[in-house]
Design a protein around this ligand. Structure first.
Ligand SMILES: [Zn+2]
Length: 324
C-alpha cells in the first residue's frame, strides 16, 4: 500500500482532455496504480510550461478538467480531506485523492481566492514552482529574495484553513522565512538530500533537520536528476540511500514518498526544464514499480512497520496533526 504525496496527474488529465479525450485516469492510469500498489496520493494542479505565462487561466482550465474527470471517475476515485476519508476510500476500493496546488502564482493578485479553492476541496498548497512570484521565491529566482508581504499573508490564510503547506521548490531564503511565519508543521513533498545530490531542488541537512523538528514530513522524489549527479547512480538503490539519509537525520516518522513521476507529463513539458531530455531512474521508472520498491526496502533491512510508516502511515499521521 502506497500514498504518493506528489503526482502531476491533473496536468496529464488537463492536456489530454484538452484534446477531447475522457476518462484519462480510468483508461490510462488505474491499472498502473493497482500494479504498483498505489492507494492514494496528493494529485496537484500545476501551471505547466508554457502555460505558466498565464497561470490564472491555466488554473481555471485545470480545475474544469479535474472536476469533469472526478465526476466521471466517482466510482474509482474518492477526494479525501482527512485520514478517516483515506480508510473510507480503501473500504470502497477507490483511490484516495487529496487535491493539491503546486504553486499559487495563479492567485497572487487576489489571495482571498484561496478560500474559494478550499471550498472546491483543495487541502494542500505550495507558494511557488521554480519561479519567483508575488508571494515567494522558487529555486530559480533571486537567491536573496524570500517570502513577500503578500506571501506572509497567504501563509496566515493557509494556517487559518488548516491546509497543508508544501516547501518543495522554494529557495533557501523563502524556506527560512516560512519557518519563522508558519504555526503548523509543513512538508517538502518531493525533494531529496543535497548531501547525496547537490542540486538546488534538494534540501540541506540543516533544512531537513528543521522540517523534522517542526514535526513535518519529507517526501522522497524519484526524478533521476535529484537522485545523483553520477549517471550510473540514478537508480532505485540510490533512491533508498536518500531515504536512509533522511531517516538517520530526522527519524522514521518524518519520511514519506513523493515520487513526482514524469510519465504523468508530456515530453514537451519535461524538456522545458530538464537537462538534455529525461531518462528515468533505473528500477523506479514509474508507479508500476511501487511494489518492487517495497521489496527493495525490505531487502535493505527496513522492518514491515517501518515500511508502512514511510509508504503511507506517516502521511496519515501528518494529516491528523494539521488538517481539521
Ligand atoms: Zn514539482
Amino acid at each position: 500500500m502506497l500514498f504518493d504525496i506528489h503526482g502531476d496527474i491533473w496536468t496529464d488529465v488537463t492536456i489530454k482532455r484538452g484534446l477531447g479525450r475522457k476518462n484519462i485516469i480510468r483508461n490510462e492510469h488505474l491499472d498502473r496504480f493497482k500494479e504498483g500498489g498505489l492507494s492514494g496520493g496528493i494529485f496537484v494542479i500545476w501551471a505547466d510550461p508554457p502555460y505558466d505565462k498565464n497561470p490564472r487561466e491555466r488554473l481555471i482550465e485545470s480545475v474544469k478538467a479535474m472536476s469533469c474527470e472526478l465526476w466521471e471517475s466517482r466510482d474509482i476515485l474518492k477526494v479525501i480531506y482527512n485520514s478517516n476519508d483515506f480508510y473510507e476510500a480503501l473500504n470502497e476500493n477507490k483511490i484516495a485523492v487529496m487535491l493539491g496546488l503546486e504553486g499559487l502564482s495563479s492567485i497572487e493578485d487576489e489571495i482571498e481566492s484561496l478560500y474559494t479553492l478550499y471550498q472546491l476541496g483543495f487541502r494542500h498548497a505550495s507558494l511557488t514552482w521554480n519561479e519567483e512570484n508575488g508571494l515567494a521565491t522558487g529555486v530559480k529566482g533571486n537567491e536573496n529574495r524570500g517570502l513577500t508581504k503578500k506571501g506572509k499573508s497567504i501563509i496566515k490564510i493557509i494556517n487559518e484553513l488548516n491546509m497543508i503547506l508544501d516547501v518543495s521548490h522554494v529557495n533557501e531564503k523563502t524556506f527560512w522565512d516560512i519557518i519563522s511565519e508558519t504555526e503548523y508543521p509543513f512538508i517538502a513533498s518531493h525533494s531529496n538530500a543535497k548531501a547525496l545530490c547537490d542540486v538546488p531542488r534538494n534540501l540541506s541537512n540543516k533544512q531537513i533537520k528543521a522540517i523534522g523538528e517542526k514535526k513535518g514530513l519529507v517526501g522522497l522524489n524519484a526524478f533521476n536528476e535529484f537522485i545523483s549527479i553520477e549517471p550510473a547512480n540514478k537508480t532505485i538503490d540510490h533512491y533508498i540511500n536518500h531515504i536512509e539519509h533522511m531517516v538517520n537525520l530526522i527519524g522514521i516518522d518524518s519520511v514519506a514518498l513523493g515520487f513526482d513521476f514524469f510519465d504523468y507529463l508530456e515530453s514537451e513539458t519535461t524538456d522545458s526544464f530538464t537537462n538534455g531530455g529525461f531518462n528515468s531512474t533505473f528500477g523506479l521508472e514509474n508507479i508500476t514499480k511501487g511494489k518492487y520498491l517495497i521489496n527493495k526496502l525490505s531487502e535493505r533491512g527496513f522492518s514491515e512497520d517501518e515500511i508502512k510508516k514511510i509508504s503511507y502511515k506517516n502521511f496519515l499521521d501528518f494529516m491528523d496533526r494539521v488538517l481539521k
